[in-house]
Design a binder for this molecule. Structure first.
Ligand SMILES: Nc1ncnc2c1ncn2[C@@H]1O[C@H](COP(=O)(O)OP(=O)(O)OP(=O)(O)O)[C@@H](O)[C@H]1O
Ligand SMILES: [Mg+2]
Length: 254
């Protein structure tokens, strides 16, 4: 399974692309990248795909809290500095079989070449690798299959994502897809956009999911509890994961 390439389906499955490494990104902080990474990764693992959440960044952990994982001794920084083998820095996420986490743990910013080397080492071992917590400038754009951009539906988020998307494509990014997160029942006006179709045009990326605003998600993510079985939010993440696996899945809105 791990050496097989996974496929991304777009829309109703008309375009499929090989996908293994996915980097979460956004134009500004707090748009929900870590939550989206954690719950998409859980959905991929539940669907039978061995999945690694690779958390980069300078020692600021999020994913352990969201997934209810207790602290691990080693992290990405220790692997990169040769202090431990990658296997020693990866721990299973107990509540979800097939899901693994490598937390950060770097005192200095990670270089793009180091990320590339780490991805090459880890890719044969997992079906999917979701990278979170990295500044997009520290990611070797050409070495990554897909950038998954997460924006909130507001002018600031959308404008910032458009700029990052432009820079990623200029840096050689192969594919960028968009998730619109934290969407309230009534979306406030977004500058230059009458609807979400306009948002996709402004950012220049196809849509793979719309995640509703959910006080329950916020509560779960802040306490390490899993999302409720049968909830709309859980289904939305399953549909996003389905699309990443090449399945024909409708966009689930509400
Ligand atoms: N769909 C949602 N509904 C309600 N709250 C949400 C939703 N998505 C994320 N949140 C909340 O928004 C906050 C920010 O989420 P998160 O930490 O995932 O963002 P981030 O983009 O990873 O932030 P950073 O840029 O700091 O890494 C968290 O408190 C999270 O629980
Ligand atoms: Mg985060």
């Amino acid at each position: 399974m791990c050496n097989r390439i996974c496929w991304l389906s777009i829309g109703k499955g008309r375009t499929i692309l090989p996908v293994k490494s996915i980097v979460m990104c956004s134009g500004k902080g707090g748009t929900g990248k870590s939550c989206a990474a954690a719950y998409i990764a859980e959905a991929l693992a539940r669907a039978g795909r061995k999945t690694l959440l690779l958390e980069l960044g300078q020692d600021l952990r999020s994913l352990d809290l969201i997934l209810g994982v207790s602290a691990t001794a080693f992290g990405t920084g220790d692997v990169l500095s040769g202090l431990c083998r990658w296997e020693e820095a990866v721990s299973p996420v107990e509540r979800t079989a097939g899901l693994f986490l490598m937390p950060p743990g770097c005192e200095t910013p990670i270089e793009a070449a180091e990320v590339e080397h780490l991805l090459h080492t880890l890719e044969p071992e997992f079906d999917f690798i979701l990278v979170d917590g990295a500044a997009f400038q520290s990611i070797p754009a050409k070495a990554v299959d897909l950038f998954l951009m997460v924006t909130t539906p507001d002018s600031l988020g959308v404008r910032a994502c458009a700029e990052v998307s432009r820079r990623l494509y200029a840096g050689g990014a192969k594919e960028i897809r968009l998730v619109i997160n934290d969407v309230p029942a009534r979306v406030p006006p977004i500058e230059g956009a009458e609807d979400f179709d306009d948002v996709l045009d402004i950012i220049g990326a196809q849509l793979v999911g719309i995640i509703p605003q959910s006080p329950k998600l916020r509560c779960c993510a802040n306490s390490g509890m899993p999302l409720d079985n049968g909830s709309l939010t859980l289904k939305v993440f399953e549909h996003i994961a389905g699309r990443l696996m090449g399945r024909r899945m409708p966009l689930l809105v509400r």
